[in-house]
Write a protein that binds this ligand. Structure first.
Ligand SMILES: Cc1ncc(C[n+]2csc(CCOP(=O)(O)OP(=O)(O)O)c2C)c(N)n1
Ligand SMILES: CC(=O)[C@@H](O)[C@H](O)COP(=O)(O)O
Ligand SMILES: [Mg+2]
Length: 643
């Protein structure tokens, strides 16, 4: 790591020779493989942007020039060359480097949101701000992947950037490795592929230019004529009409692992002065055979490996895999069931369904809004679509759920994976918003399975609904095995009653995966003589009416949910009790309404006061005085987020 240790910032890169840079690139690759395989993270994407990042930081002047990374999962090299390589032992771990740009970490980092397809909008805004500020030009540079480019916001931004193509220095670097997780889909992807097929285009032109320029007398006029004909040649060799028709200058395709070619292209882009697209062709996982040969997703996202075995941990069944397996069975029974993914087929559990029913699944690209409204179209066509997305990514399709699906009462089922605190991916990945959003949607029915069995059961119940939208929400990671019910009252499962003849002091209403945690808290409370009934509503929205009678049989109601507190299940139940004029006091335990820094799921839940011990302590605190029980020691406050 001799060379790499001499890199403390972009200025050090600018002083290096190409030979030194090649050495730095090799050392960075070794560093990434070593650190990311230990810590876990986005190994493939970052191995693909080593040369691209070095060339960017040599040609542009960050932070004066703004560099925005779309999604941001491929910003490890950027972090390494901006003085943070010593922090990689704690990458994505509590208290350590985040896996995305972080403003608190560096002046070189601007955008922390890890939701895709936003970078072009940021640079459009930045370019406008730089223009208004006047003075020496500052460049707004976006690095956007071919996957992120399938997101609709990119095209909204391109439309605006093209409106000022000549006088605002916007540089759009398309990092085209042909993949999101799996190969990127759609007409745009095909278009980029057709451009990729002409890698010699730039070399063809450059070679001709040098020969003609060095040819005496006739050379220059011929070159001038050819230059004028260049557009024609370019279209013939490299049909980039899509971009030039927008009025945007297009440079490329450029070999994304050739430092000299990259710098040449970036210098051209920098000196152009207006909006320019640099189409860079890279290879995900480049330089590391296990990543390049990983057909599924070229090590897009790797779990920490076991240093002993050198293998990722063996995982048991996940919420995702339980869903995926059950959907295959349903697919055999219901030919009208189809599935949609937004470029996350495997991560959302649709791999087996896609294999079993190749004509009944759709990858729409990173386009959640299109996924939902196209699902409404599929439903209007007589089918029952199942849309599988991460809960946090549903945020951007809220209006589509509300006005395209629910307004038309279409039978679309949303499978909200990674609901609740997710952990290592930080604040924009925690799925803590969906219950608050969907609670506003008339006719929306939301289930929160507590274990594998209820996931299968509630999925089937959802698919059986033909007159409106349904959704299931479930956590990241290993599924909870089995949490049996002792009784079912309507849709509500009673999981635990106070000991025989014990007082029905507290009704503990547990949402989804928090059932197990709530039972553990109830055991702690029983030790203190507090009688607790634990129930699982199963279908949490609209709130089951049975909870009103159950609440009336207790002295205190407490809800526990892995959703943001504002507008969550607790709020909805409180409203129902008010409407029913049931005045039993209610307290709601939920994720504090804030942005919560990364860590493991367990660490973040502990940080925000959502462990069994926290629940028991808070219930004891609330029960004291009401139930004549002793007041507890001063409870740990629920930590607010980082701001
Ligand atoms: C709105 C949204 N949907 C889905 C994701 C999940 N996601 C993260 S990276 C990625 C693929 C990105 O592909 P690309 O932009 O080509 O970058 P690459 O990994 O190939 O460098 C996806 C789907 C996300 N971050 N944001
Ligand atoms: C960057 C991104 O959005 C995804 O790649 C995410 O990191 C995956 O998270 P999971 O590990 O929960 O699938
Ligand atoms: Mg890609």
């Amino acid at each position: 790591m001799r060379m790499l240790e001499s890199v403390h910032g972009p200025a050090d890169l600018k002083r290096m020779s190409v030979e030194d840079l090649e050495e730095v690139a090799a050392e960075i690759r070794d560093f990434l493989v070593d650190k990311v395989r230990r810590a876990g993270g986005h190994l493939g994407p970052n191995l693909g942007v080593v040369e691209l990042t070095l060339a960017l930081h040599r040609v542009f002047d960050s932070p004066r020039d703004a560099i925005v990374w779309d999604v941001g999962h491929q910003s490890y090299v950027h972090k390494i060359v901006t003085g943070r390589h010593e922090g990689f032992d704690l990458l994505r771990q509590q208290g350590g480097l985040t896996g995305y740009p972080a403003r608190a970490e560096s002046e070189h980092d601007l955008v922390e949101n890890s939701h895709a397809s936003t970078a072009l909008s940021y640079v459009d805004g930045l370019a406008k701000a730089f223009a208004l500020a006047g003075g020496e030009p500052r460049h707004a540079v976006a690095v956007v992947g071919d996957g992120a480019l399938t997101g609709g916001m990119c095209w909204e931004a391109l439309n605006n950037i093209a409106a000022h193509k000549d006088d605002r220095p916007v540089v759009i670097v398309i990092n085209d490795n042909g993949r999101s997780y799996s190969p990127t889909i759609g007409g745009l992807a095909d278009h980029l592929a057709s451009l990729r097929l002409q890698p010699g285009y730039e070399r063809f032109l450059d070679g001709g230019k040098e020969i003609l320029k060095s040819t005496p007398v006739v050379g220059k006029p011929i070159y001038a004529a050819l230059h004028a004909a260049k557009a024609g040649i370019k279209d013939a060799l490299s049909p980039q009409a899509m971009f030039s028709d927008l009025g945007l200058k297009y440079l490329g395709p450029v070999d994304g692992h050739d430092l000299v070619a990259l710098e040449k292209a970036f210098h051209s882009a920098r000196s152009f002065g207006g909006a320019v697209i640099v189409h860079v062709v890279t290879e995900k996982g480049h330089g590391y055979a296990p990543a390049v040969s990983d057909q599924a997703d070229q090590m897009h996202q790797t779990d920490p490996i076991d240093p002993e075995t050198g293998l990722p941990p063996v995982k048991g069944p996940s919420w995702t895999s339980v869903f995926g397996d059950e959907l295959v069975k349903i697919g055999a029974e219901r030919s009208d069931v189809v599935a949609i993914t937004a470029a996350m087929q495997r991560s959302c559990g649709l791999e087996k369904f896609a294999k079993a029913y190749p004509d009944r699944w759709y990858d729409v690209g990173i386009a959640e809004q299109h996924a939902v409204t196209s699902a409404a179209g599929l439903a209007m066509g007589g089918l029952h679509p199942v849309v599988a997305v991460y809960a946090t990514f549903l945020n951007r399709a809220f209006d589509q759920v509300l006005m395209d699906v629910a307004l038309h009462r279409q039978p679309v089922t949303l499978m909200l994976d990674r609901a609740g605190i997710t952990g290592p991916d930080g604040p924009s990945h925690h799925g803590m918003w969906d219950l608050s959003l969907l609670g506003m949607v008339p006719g929306m029915r939301v289930a929160a399975p507590r274990d594998a069995g209820t996931l299968r059961e509630e999925l089937r119940e959802a698919i059986a609904v033909g007159d409106g939208p349904t959704a299931l929400r479930y956590s990241k990671g290993g599924v909870v095995d089995s949490v049996p019910a002792v009784e079912r009252i309507g849709t509500v499962d009673v999981l635990r009653r106070p000991a025989e003849g014990g007082d029905t002091d507290v009704l503990l209403v547990a949402v989804g995966a928090f059932a197990k945690l709530s039972l553990a808290a109830a055991d702690r409370l029983a030790d203190q003589g507090i009688g607790v009934t634990v129930v699982d509503p199963r279908w949490v929205l609209p709130v089951p009416a049975e909870l009103v009678a159950l609440a009336g049989q207790h002295k205190l109601v407490v809800t526990v949910e892995d959703n943001g507190r504002h507008g969550g299940f607790g709020s909805a139940l409180a409203a129902l009790l008010r409407d029913a004029e049931c005045d039993v006091p209610l307290r709601d335990l939920a994720v504090p309404q804030d942005f919560h820094e990364h860590g493991s799921r367990e660490q973040v839940l502990a940080r925000v006061g959502l462990t069994a011990q926290d629940v028991a302590r808070r219930v004891t605190e609330w029960a004291s005085g009401r139930l004549g029980t002793a007041a507890p020691a001063e409870p740990a406050p629920q930590e607010e987020g980082r701001r």
